[in-house]
Design a protein around this ligand. Sequence first.
Ligand code: FAD
Length: 475
Amino acid sequence: APVILWFRRDLRLADNPALNKAHATGRPVVPVYIHDEGTAVRPAGAASLWWLDKSLRALAGSLAERGATLILRRGDSETELRRLIDQTGADTVFLNRLFEPEAWTRDADIAHGLKTDGVECRGSNGSLLALPGSLLNGSGGPYKVFTPFMKALRAQAEPPAHTTGPRQLGAAPGLESDDLDAWGLHPTRPDWSKGFDWTPGEDGATAALHRFVSGGLADYSNGRDRPAEPATSRLSPHLHFGEISPWRAWIAARDAADGGKVTSGEADKFIAELIWRDFSAHLLHHFPTLPDKAFRPEYDAMPWRDDEPGFLAWTRGMTGYPIVDAGMRELWATGVMHNRVRMIVASFLIKDLLIDWRRGEAWFWDTLVDADLASNSQNWQWVAGSGADASPYFRIFNPVTQGQKFDAEARYVKRWIPELAPVPARWIHAPWNAPPEILRDCGIRLGTTYPRPIVDHARARERALAALKTVTAER
Ligand code: FAD
């Protein structure tokens, strides 16, 4: 009898433990992807669905090159698995685990249900550097602070041997499969994805890693804060969908340092970011309410404002603060936003507008191609000051000085806000301070061609600090 390989967020053939174990049985492998919207952890956002569409096509292509057909099914995971088991006579399902608490529980239920019918589910870890639960602090609990977590992970986690995946997989015998086009994952009315410049899939992931290791990595710790520079890896969506193992990225960086191409400091900084991804996943695994509730509960009493026009202006990149607007427009146009700017726009929403971080998290969830429940909620709570290892709330980003510091030549702002492009860099991050004749010469009419600031930062800052006082004794 064949065995089933249930693909989820592990859309690759290299370094795929579930695939390797399925292949090692020596039996035919039936690869399946089930598009399950009903019992998903949280229904995927629109940008994620765009990615999924392309990534599945890439995976189906790689499987076809190895003689296998990716079976596509839509519906409840357990029902579809059972149908496939009936159709194939399979007695084992191989899968790479998902660690979000709801997915974890659902997988356990499915495994339990199938077991009673004599079908075994075999789970592996293909997505994280360390298995959640394997790293515990001195008192046996989960780490809540990053640095000790990182130290423990570096001391304990072992890179698995690199594998390229089987050369040949047997064909599945005439099984029904959906037509991916019929799933309608690609946006049509309107197609807002025209500016997406990505190559989803395993080949695109490997190419991104090579590009980064021979380019941005050499100056990563400095370059990663400059949004105009192509200095970061752009691996986040590939990692989210499991198109590359995080260990591949780790090892590539370490090899570059060992080979003298980059300093070990640069490689370590990059590896630390990969560990932040694990830290987020481990936190969510241990604290299931992370996307919904403040980790520090007192922050849920924050007097959030109900400000629909403010929220809309934020989503549309029309707040009047150029660095914020550039980031929000980059997000809409490309499906990602630079990390430094994510922090700035999140701080602006939470503190300048005093809007609940969950609204921002939900917007990111829908618009990011790398939307990840753990990383997104962990990072939003980091900015909100309510997270486990968070930036203190009272550290409020000034959107003007952040822009001046990290986008000094204004190349990033000019790229995303073309109407401000003629404004000299010196004035561009606070155009309302520019001499009127300069604005006139540049064709800018504030309030008409580009918005005036929707809030006064200095006053908004005072309001945010006053709000903080109502919920905590921190200041
Ligand atoms: P690089 O700098 O090349 O980093 C390499 C990898 O490390 C990334 O691909 C990512 O997997 C991981 N990483 C880097 N920074 C972080 C971080 N702060 N937290 C967790 N992992 C990190 N990242 C997501 O993958 N999904 C999200 O939904 C997400 N939401 C965010 C929301 C906010 C408000 C903020 C401030 C950050 C968020 N991030 C999220 C983290 C970070 O911005 C992105 O991972 C990064 O910008 C991706 O670009 P890169 O792959 O070029 O990163």
